[in-house]
Design a protein around this ligand. Structure first.
Ligand code: CP
Length: 297
């Protein structure tokens, strides 16, 4: 694995290898020490979980990490991304973890022959991809259901603006899960092949093993309008609507009392969500480990 840009680039074997490596890190059976490797974290969009769990993962496998501070960098003097990365490579970086609002920037950078010795890891690109989130969600789901084939997941909320939904759908399809998307029409976005779309919570949740809620991303709305009171009335996950036998997931951050009620979050059903965050560290250790071991830099 040279880069991690999107789930679609990974085979089932790649995903299983990352999963096994993350398991070995979690169980303490595997250690890694990359003290001669240098990774730069570049976050141009806000983040708590992804940024800090990449940093924790890097500490745990002894990678030298640098946090690029976009707002005090020469980007603010007009320097473009190509020159910025080029100069950071000249300083000695081996790899970049990048979150950016541009859907295609990381793909374009990774394809430049100029950067052929460098690895890029996508920490969230616009509305298109968040591969490490999908991998940590897969890891979390596997801790409840060892065989995913035939299991049913309902992804609900702001599907239209969600890179998490797109990456999860791409991954879970590879493992033959039944995938449902539940949202009002205005939040469904472009239809994805192999996914069943619902506007009725009752119908979508019937027989679901996993409910994955997504945040309403108001900051990514363009011309869309949403009546929040109607959304809460028809789509909120709470004690009345959450299926007893399903697990509840959310990538975070959560709009409390909008997509999920606070009382449900505070119940046993809410516990999976922090496990997702915890698992993010093992998955990011595994992703960085696999890239470094494959490339050797
Ligand atoms: N799930 C996720 O990407 O969270 P952050 O935006 O806090 O990194």
């Amino acid at each position: 694995m040279k880069h991690l840009i999107k789930i679609e680039d990974l085979t089932v074997d790649d995903i299983n290898n990352i999963y096994e490596c993350a398991c070995a890190f979690e169980r303490g059976e595997k250690k890694a020490n990359f003290k001669d490797k240098y990774v730069c974290n570049m976050f141009f969009e806000n983040s708590t979980r992804t940024k800090l769990s990449f940093e924790m993962a890097q500490s745990k496998i002894n990678i030298n990490k640098f946090n690029f501070e976009a707002n005090v960098s020469s980007i603010n003097k007009g320097e473009d991304m190509f020159d910025t990365i080029n100069n950071l490579v000249a300083i000695g970086m081996d790899a970049f973890v990048l979150r950016h609002k541009d859907d295609n920037l990381i793909q374009e950078l990774s394809k430049m022959s100029y950067f052929k010795e460098i690895s890029f890891v996508n920490a969230g690109s616009g509305k298109s991809a968040h591969p490490t989130q999908a991998l940590l969600d897969f890891y979390t789901i596997k801790s409840y259901f060892s065989d995913l084939k035939g299991k049913t997941i309902t992804i609900t909320g702001d599907i239209a603006h969600s890179r998490v939904a797109k990456s999860n759908i791409a991954l879970l399809k590879k493992f033959y899960m039944n995938i449902r998307c539940l949202a009002p029409i205005e939040l469904q976005g472009e239809k994805i092949e192999g996914v069943d779309y619902y506007t009725s919570l009752k119908e979508a949740f019937e027989g679901s093993d996993i409910i994955m809620a997504l945040r309403i991303q108001k900051e990514r709305f363009e011309n869309e309008t949403l009546n929040l009171d109607d959304y809460i009335k028809n789509y909120q996950i709470n004690e009345n609507t959450m299926p007893d036998n399903a697990i509840l997931m959310h990538p975070g951050p959560i709009n409390k009392d909008i997509e999920i009620s606070s009382s449900l979050l505070n119940s046993n059903k809410g516990e999976t969500i922090l496990k997702q965050t915890q698992n993010g560290v093992f998955i990011r250790m595994a992703v960085l480990n696999n890239i470094i071991e494959t490339r050797g830099f």
